[in-house]
Design a protein around this ligand. Sequence first.
Ligand code: GLA
Length: 727
Amino acid sequence: MAITCKDNVFTLKTKNSAYQMKADRGFLFHTYYGPSVGDTDMSYLGRTIDRGFSGNPEGIDDRGFSLDTQLLEYPGYGTGDYRDYCLRVVYPDGSQVTNLKYIDHEILEGKYALEGLPAMYQGEEKAETLKITLRDIHRHVEVILYYGVFEDLDIITRACKVINKGSESVHLRRAYSMCLDFHQKDMDFIQFYGRHAMERVMERSHLHHGVQGIGSRRGYSSHQYNPFVILAKQDTTEDSGWCWGSCFVYSGNFQAEAEVSQANNTRLTMGIHDTQFDFLLEEGEAFTAPEVLLSFSSEGLGKLSRNYHKAIRQNICRGKFKNARRPILINNWEATYFGFDTDKLLEIARQAKEVGIEMLVMDDGWFGKRNDDNSGLGDWVVNETKLPGGLKRLVDGVNEIGLKFGIWFEPEMVSEDSDLYREHPDWALKVPGHSLTRGRNQLVLDFSREDVREHIFNRMCEILESANIEYVKWDANRHMTDVWSAELPPERQGEVFHRYILGLYDFLEKITKRFPNVLFEGCSGGGGRFDAGMMYYHPQIWCSDDTDAIERLRIQYGTSFAYPVSTVGAHVSVCPNHQTGRSVSMKTRGVVAMAGTFGYELDITEMSQEEKEIVKEQIEEFKKYYDLIQNGDYYRLSDDGTKSNYVAWQFVSPDQKESLLNAVVLRTKANPPFQFVYARGLKPEAIYHVEGTELNLSGAALMNGGYLLPIVTDDYEAVQIHLVECE
Ligand code: GLA
């Protein structure tokens, strides 16, 4: 059993970790999360002393006992714990005090599901569920805490449901998904911040007294902060030391905070951001807080990442394309932007076919009045000036050439200059009579409304059914402002942000069910909604609008802490690069894009024959390494280039017989020092042949002695070293 309950001690065991809680005197205490400790009741670590100004709950005759200094599993508000809390409810009399008490629990086979929300599913893994019910004894508000235990994956999931069991309606002002308390404070907070075209930059800093946190009030998870954080002991490295990850399976506003208290405890919380969050619960109504994936590693950050990679690839991503090889595509965005027509696309397809590309994706600009980004969104009608004879003619033409066809949509948005907006101005998020805020000169449709979703859904279905479309790029190119829905009464306006995301998930569920053979790629100005929630519907997401291979090194490095390469949309683009103006070799661009879904985003008709030959070879190579890259274990072999003069990463096959080591040397130097890269994850005693050389080296040699990188004569040269175990 992965879950046990003995003497009110709940222990959740995975292969390499244990998570423990204890119900005592009516409270649910957190006692431990770390390496396995057998069946020991870890509450012996808790101590009570009178700290002063930390109040004592009625009924407990101990001035040393205060919720303010205990490790708690799901803290309410207003009863003496002054740290960050999980739940705040406003009752009809205006009071806000919630005193949660343990009521009972249930252990179930299999993994729980969350209605209307993405969550890890059981798949072929073993999984168990623990449900613990807490209740505010005075106000009859109940909280069900859900725990999913994936023993082999070293993942523990958490979510919860708040139910109003009383007869009066209440307002939920905060309902976080989880709290994780630690006895210690000497840890680092690792987070992934960024901006458009530079997402998920890893930043690590020591915890300090007070609160350290990240979040999004932008409506989506955002480019600015990814909904994934790590706490790590200060000496934790890639290969050693303790670390705890917390990954939010949600695509909207979020908050993740670590607070070090007066007693040097640390509290990590994660949940939906409470700015403009106000959920009305009438009698019997419930609110479900989205899922968090927790993982613990005592073998450093690398192992933590590999835990998440497996969980997300196998138990979050779904559908036909979760494991299937995805077509190598060419996207016309950076090739033509809005200036294309059928002839141009067919010419791209013809030349793409010659080099082995498998799919053409037609990006933005094919519909309505859309010759730039000022108009047309919402009018999902083919623009026959650009595509004479319609979509069918184009798609048939592309198919005849021998390529599959994919298309771009931005379903959640509307341009004011569109027929849709002229007909339904109230369908956009905005406050009537107020001036509004535009982003990319467009507005956000109110996806909390079913009628709005239904209209867009029907339009999308018509398009997808009108031709042989096998891929959709789903974009969302601005963040939310002026959030107010014409459909909801005043007392429910605090629900709009979350209802929007629920509406989006509902739409995605329906459209992916309706078109199971279509590959969906998520996108939000690149990686602005790159989260585990979206990955439940989209097995891959365009990682960043920055296609510069060197900038991608940093972006993909940060991305790799939680997300598997199978989810990382990455393309080779033209040089000088459109975002940075930098030029690097085709080889470097190819090696970097292979740490993702791999494809092209350039005007192939402008390429020289020589470059096309390189593309052909790259495609062959990618196909050869495909299994290794997608199903192998991923190791980071350097930092993101901030300190090191190279960025390196490695794929190792599950049987450790084969490996692909990749490095990009950043700067060429005169009289250069030698640079070694140290492999990981190989069998120490096995002998590996270094393909293309005479070298046969032991795994131990490659991991401890390292591999000597070649002396480069130009900036940003890439090496790719294929290691195969000798028979
Ligand atoms: C976003 C995407 C790009 C492209 C444009 C089209 O910025 O990230 O890849 O699709 O929109 O407008």
